[in-house]
Ligand binder design. Structure first.
Ligand code: ATP
Length: 230
């Protein structure tokens, strides 16, 4: 079943057209990786779907409903969660407070989150500012889960993390995938994107240059889409 249908979407930053007529579907339970060079429009696309950035044209339909005009918090209430780049936790609040502030009824409650991701348990009473980058990212993902999303949008989880921390965050993503979570993730690392996603979408200058199943995708084809070589 199609959970998200993006049709002819445009988004701007002032005069700059960051997303230029993008169309794609995401099925329930699918994991889609959004790839593309810096500035390709990936973050703007995710933020526009989440309602954190205005669309300048096109339609975003979620569970068959047109989201036009709905502010971000209403989209969260419908089950769309964004884990933003840079994590954006409340630094003075503890991990427990960061998690519980976001609560919405559903399967994901503090205990179920901690059972699924036990590494968070010893961190519960620590202020977010005192966490490592990897721990902050894990907390940010867990916090978004607490809103019990049906669609989880994740922006650049590996940004600025050590390789070991990236592995740990990707273990989390794999767990979520195993539970049937619908995920759209922005990932710069092609190897990671291909390993975790069922399908890959590449953006170049605000347009889709490649949309294909991850399995069997050759590096050459991706590089071509990434840089626009003919
Ligand atoms: P990155 O990996 O660097 O985050 P991205 O693919 O996510 O890249 P966006 O961040 O969506 O790309 O940026 C798309 C275009 O919009 C770029 O040209 C960028 O410079 C521009 N842009 C992004 N944010 C802003 C902003 N707040 N104000 C002005 N221009 C912006």
């Amino acid at each position: 079943m199609t959970l998200l249908r993006v049709t002819g979407l445009h988004a701007r930053h002032g005069l700059l057209a960051a997303v230029r007529g993008v169309s794609f579907d995401v099925d329930e339970g699918e994991v889609v990786a959004l790839i593309g060079a810096n500035g390709a429009g990936k973050t703007t696309l995710l933020r526009t779907i989440a309602g954190a950035h205005p669309a300048a044209g096109g339609v975003i339909a979620y569970a068959g409903k047109d989201l036009e005009g709905l502010p971000a918090h209403r989209r969260v209430a419908l089950g769309i969660a964004l884990v933003p780049e840079g994590r954006r936790l409340f630094p003075e609040l503890t991990v427990r407070e960061n998690l519980t502030v976001a609560g919405r009824p559903g399967r994901w409650q503090l205990e179920t989150v901690l059972d699924a991701f036990p590494r968070l348990r010893p961190l519960l009473d620590r202020p977010a500012a005192k966490l490592s980058g990897g721990q902050q990212q894990a907390t940010a993902i867990a916090r978004s889960l607490m809103t019990n999303p049906r669609l989880l949008l994740v922006d650049e989880v590996s940004l600025g993390l050590s390789p070991q921390a990236v592995d740990e965050v990707y273990d989390m993503i794999a767990t979520l995938r195993g539970l049937g979570t619908t995920l759209v993730l922005v990932e710069q690392d092609l190897g990671r994107a291909l390993a975790v996603a069922g399908r890959v979408i590449c953006l170049l200058e605000g347009r889709i240059t490649l949309e294909a199943p991850a399995a069997g995708l050759t590096r050459d084809r991706v590089v071509q889409a990434y840089f626009g070589f003919a």
